[in-house]
Ligand binder design. Structure first.
Ligand SMILES: [Zn+2]
Length: 236
């Protein structure tokens, strides 16, 4: 299961969890949908006892194409649990985001926030395309974005989840890591863990990695604050 998680800050702490029901229920046939949701609900109840909140973001695989995205929605929309707050593409950035726009529109009409995994294993132009052609309101990674795209992200106050461990493993050519440049450009970056099952990490390793890039305490605090202010689990 693809899982990313964030976020923490003063006033609350929570996790936006990327989860892939279609992959496990239909593709792998490992679990029934009801049992999948029950597991998610149990986990979210447990973290509430720790004083935290959480929500689920549906993960659809970009390189399976928009048909797969529609199949994810076909599976979950008839009985969508209230703790599902978002829809996102993950996987390899092979399918243009303009082709995903009808899927995003349908998910948005169902009340979901929309994110895209863009600008990590695909070109930086994917970030701009996801925003302008896909209409997404959140980016995961965005590390290949050029200066004009960073300006666009800053102007539209679009949150960008960055996971240095994932980036260094899957996009080692992007060096030095652009997180300081992204923050300097005014982009609302926060730290995330992408899929710790693929590249092991947690929020502490990512905070340490950010500190090792020379970010000062103020910048590290801004990462935490952005994470809390933009987290969908804390939005309402
Ligand atoms: Zn990733």
């Amino acid at each position: 299961m693809a899982v990313a998680r964030r976020t923490q800050a003063a006033g609350g702490m929570g996790f936006d969890l990327w989860a892939s029901p279609h992959f496990l229920v239909v593709h792998r046939r490992q679990i029934q949908l009801e049992a999948f949701w029950r597991g998610m609900e149990d986990g979210l109840s447990e973290i509430r006892t720790w004083g935290m909140r959480g929500c689920v973001v549906l993960d659809a695989v970009n390189h399976f194409g928009p048909k797969h995205g529609q199949a994810v929605l076909d599976l979950v929309l008839p009985e969508l649990p209230a703790f599902v707050k978002g829809f996102s593409t993950g996987g390899l950035e092979r399918c243009p985001f303009r082709d995903w726009a009808p899927v995003f529109d349908r998910a948005r009409a169902a009340g979901l926030h929309i994110a895209a995994h863009a600008g990590e294993n695909g070109p930086g132009s994917n970030v701009q395309d996801a925003v302008l052609e896909g209409g997404v309101s959140r980016i995961v990674h965005g590390i290949r974005a050029d200066d004009s795209t960073l300006a666009l992200l800053a102007e539209r106050r679009i949150p960008v989840d960055v996971c240095p461990s994932s980036n260094r493993s899957l996009a080692p050519d992007v060096d030095p890591h652009p997180l300081p440049r992204m923050l300097l450009a005014g982009v609302r970056c926060a730290l995330g863990t992408d899929d710790p099952g693929v590249v092991p990490c947690d929020l502490n390793t990512e905070l340490t990695a950010a500190g090792d890039m020379g970010l000062d305490d103020l910048a590290l605090a801004r990462l935490r604050r952005n994470g809390a202010e933009d987290a969908w689990c804390l939005a309402d």
